[in-house]
Design a protein around this ligand. Structure first.
Ligand code: KG4
Ligand code: ZN
Length: 351
């Protein structure tokens, strides 16, 4: 019980408002999240046009563009949310994993604002941000649950027992699922970013033409490996002289089906191994509709609830960083003002 006149600490206060900055790769995201009002502003700027001509993200160009965009977007997010700087209780930013230069831009701006506004800075783990994005939906999952995190840099299966209590069940030993999509897109001469393009091309594919392998499903365990599947895809393509659009569509579909089915098999094993009855999908590849549909079927077969963020919150965004930052602020996970980032940062170190 508090004495009258005692100042509440941030952790004791019921209502908090946090601004979140995402700058780990090729998207600048800035959002304001309030524990009572929810998402009050959510701005996203994609650098796709900047990197397109190079066929992938150029780290130095990414950093410079984050410098140009972040501060104006912070101004806009404050104004769209109707917030003054005095109403912001913390500045959350992506501290890793990601591109070091891009991360440093977000970290420097976040720490400077935290200093100027005299509020804490909160360094958020990018993949925890993705994981918690599903909490922003109308029907958020309750702990404990299995999480399938599939992005451009990570493929992780986790048993999540609470905020920051993540048990690693399996992970990719080489390419991440999104990375494999991006590399296959390049082979098929599709523009960057490749995942959505492969998915689009696969729509016209003939499913009876090829059957690609489901890597690492013939042995026990929950780890993934997509590098061999990528090579198999390349060899199939090279065996066709002058491939037509139809050939490429058939290959795109066979590749996507193999990735989706491999993930489905591992998720089914994770359900059996843990006995958990909720499965949360997150990360860029969770925007893939074939994957969502396949896991929905798995869920109904095994009486497991399937959760995923709305499509725009699957890929990188500021909302997930603001939300995760607020949860971490409640746990007093704040930082000093030294500017450090962690380009490599295993998620289990959050525990
Ligand atoms: O989470 P994210 O936006 O960034 C990282 O943290 O990496 O994920 C980006 C990845 C890219 O590899 C992109 O190709 C993939 O997600 N992706 C997709 C789809 N949308 C995005 N992959 C397959 N199908 C999609 N619809
Ligand atoms: Zn991401």
């Amino acid at each position: 019980m508090l004495h009258p006149g005692t100042k509440l600490t941030l952790q004791q206060r019921e209502r908090l408002r946090v601004i979140g900055i995402e700058s780990s790769c090729d998207e600048t995201g800035v959002a304001v999240y309030d524990s009572e009002k929810g998402l009050m502003a959510d701005l996203l700027y994609s650098q796709i046009d900047l990197h397109k001509e190079y066929g992938g993200v150029v780290p130095e160009l990414a950093s410079r563009d984050h410098i140009r965009k972040t501060l104006p977007m912070i101004d806009q997010a404050l104004s769209e949310s109707g917030s003054t700087k005095h109403e912001i209780d913390g500045v959350a930013y992506t501290a890793g994993p990601g591109l070091v230069g891009a991360l440093l831009v977000g970290a420097s701006i976040a720490k400077s604002l935290a200093f100027a506004w005299n509020v804490p800075a909160i360094g958020v783990h990018h993949m925890e941000g993705h994981l918690l994005a599903s909490m922003l939906s109308d029907n958020p999952p309750k702990y404990p649950f299995i999480a399938l995190l599939v992005s451009g840099g990570h493929t992780l299966l986790l048993a999540c027992h609470g905020l920051g209590q993540y048990e690693l069940l399996g992970e990719s030993l080489d390419d991440a699922a999104g990375e494999a999509f991006d590399k296959v897109a390049k082979m098929l001469e599709l523009p960057y970013p490749g995942g959505p393009q492969v998915a689009r091309l696969a729509l016209d594919g003939d499913s009876s033409r090829f059957r690609f392998p489901r890597p690492m499903t013939d042995r026990p365990g929950l780890d993934f490996s997509f590098s061999g599947l990528k090579t198999y895809t390349m060899n199939t393509l090279h065996n066709i002289t002058n491939p037509t659009i139809q050939d490429k569509s058939d290959i795109a579909l066979a590749f996507q089906t193999a990735v989706v089915d491999t993930i489905r098999i591992k998720c089914q094993r994770a359900i059996q191994q843990t006995g958990l009855s909720r499965l949360v999908l997150a990360g860029g590849v969770s925007a893939n509709l074939a994957l969502r549909d396949r896991l929905k079927v798995l869920g109904s077969k095994h009486h497991v609830e399937i959760y995923y963020p709305e499509l725009k919150l699957c890929t990188d965004n500021g909302a997930m960083i603001a939300y995760a930052g607020l949860q971490r602020l409640r746990q007093n996970h704040t930082e000093d003002l030294s500017i450090t980032v962690r380009p490599r940062w295993p998620m289990t170190e959050l525990n």
